[in-house]
Design a protein around this ligand. Structure first.
Ligand code: PLP
Length: 355
């Protein structure tokens, strides 16, 4: 039965999240990441009574109007992209402010211009949706400080980083604690589930608590199949060396790819963290969105096509897509991928030169 009330399994899952994730005192479940960021932004507005939400160029937080502008859409910008989608409510776009990832000055400038109007700051703590840009030392700390000083809600969107990089999310690694956190993806290991969690005094504003003034609902929230999958995932993460294994394979893959691009003499940067890796055909280290957009598209697509010909599917869809290693992958999978890469990269160079 769904949509009737809270189940014991749901409570157990919430308790596991609160146990592991530094920022999480209370939890509500969703069916995907976008629903979690939707509710996080609404909550930030509800508790602060402010309208603006600050996001970063290149970060993707789901398909809803509140956060869609300025994902991987523009060459380089800190103005809001009104054309992210037909049908986007202009008032929703007007409520978005856009800053540059790893550039605290751009955040300061928006706080100067919109003093007292910024409800919250939402950020991918590692910018995985633009290849992988790691936060510079002090960047996440700076956001924490600015939000605390200005009474804004800091939201870490850990839909990619949560569970994948650590059971406590990337916040446990970075040592920076947001006010709210969103999860999905690795949390259900393929099953459709997400979560929003955070400070109890904020979460109590949802109408799931007595007197809550921020509306929250969803027939399939906390449905048994997805909750069982998430609980099973958490249990495996708690009891088996998942991160040790995937981090080791990730490291092998990145070192191997570095050697391959060096041997090929191609200007490329190997990006990644933990179990995530990618090849970006632009000089590194990659600290900014603009640098990632320098990715040579012909090389990138040629390389992915070369891998595919050799039986390895790495998403070519977006010109900065990263790839992921799972617990089920083995050293033999890494060897096979590196062998394919060692052939595909010179092939991509040759075909780029021929065109
Ligand atoms: C960081 C991040 N947040 C939110 C989302 C949206 O999640 P979903 O597609 O489950 O709605 C995604 C999806 O790719 C994402 O990468």
């Amino acid at each position: 039965m769904v949509g009737v009330g809270v189940t014991e399994a749901e409570v157990e899952l919430a308790e596991r999240l609160a146990h592991h994730v530094p920022s999480v005192e209370k939890v509500l479940l969703t069916n995907c990441g976008g629903e979690a960021t939707f509710s996080a932004v609404r909550l930030a507005r509800g508790v602060t009574g402010r309208e603006k939400v600050l996001k970063f160029q290149g970060c993707y937080h789901g398909s809803h109007d509140y956060v869609l502008p300025n994902a991987l859409t523009l060459p380089s910008a800190v103005t809001v992209d009104p054309d992210a989608s037909a049908g986007l409510l202009p008032a929703a776009s007007a409520s978005v402010l856009v800053a540059r990832y790893n550039d605290l000055d751009s955040v300061h400038a928006l706080y100067d211009a919109y003093a007292g109007a910024i409800a919250g700051v939402i950020v991918e703590p590692i910018l995985h949706n633009a290849a992988t840009i790691l936060p510079d030392p002090g960047f996440l700390e700076g956001l924490r400080e600015l939000c605390s000083r200005n009474g804004s809600i800091l939201i870490f969107d850990e839909v990619i980083t949560g569970f994948r990089h650590a059971l406590g999310g990337y916040q446990a690694i970075a040592g920076v604690t947001p006010d709210l956190t969103t999860f999905a993806k690795a949390m259900g290991n393929g099953f459709p589930i997400g979560a929003i969690g955070g400070r109890a005094d904020l979460m109590d504003h949802f109408n799931t608590a007595k007197g809550g003034d921020v509306f929250y609902s969803g027939t399939y929230n906390g449905n048994s199949a997805a909750v069982a999958a998430a609980l099973a995932t958490v249990e495996v993460l708690e009891t088996e060396p998942v991160h040790e294994h995937t981090y080791r394979l990730g490291e092998r893959m990145r070192r191997g790819l570095e050697q391959i691009v060096a041997d090929a003499g191609v200007p490329a940067t190997i990006v990644g963290f933990g179990s995530i890796y990618g090849v970006i055909f632009a000089p590194g280290p990659l600290r900014t969105y603009e640098q990632v957009l320098g990715n040579d598209q012909a090389m990138f697509l040629g390389y992915k096509a070369g891998l595919l010909k050799r039986g390895i599917l790495e998403m070519p869809a977006v010109n900065a897509m990263r790839s992921h290693i799972s617990y089920s992958h083995t050293d033999a999978d890494i060897d096979r991928t590196l062998e394919a890469a060692a052939e595909a990269i010179p092939e991509a160079i040759a075909s780029a030169q021929a065109t």
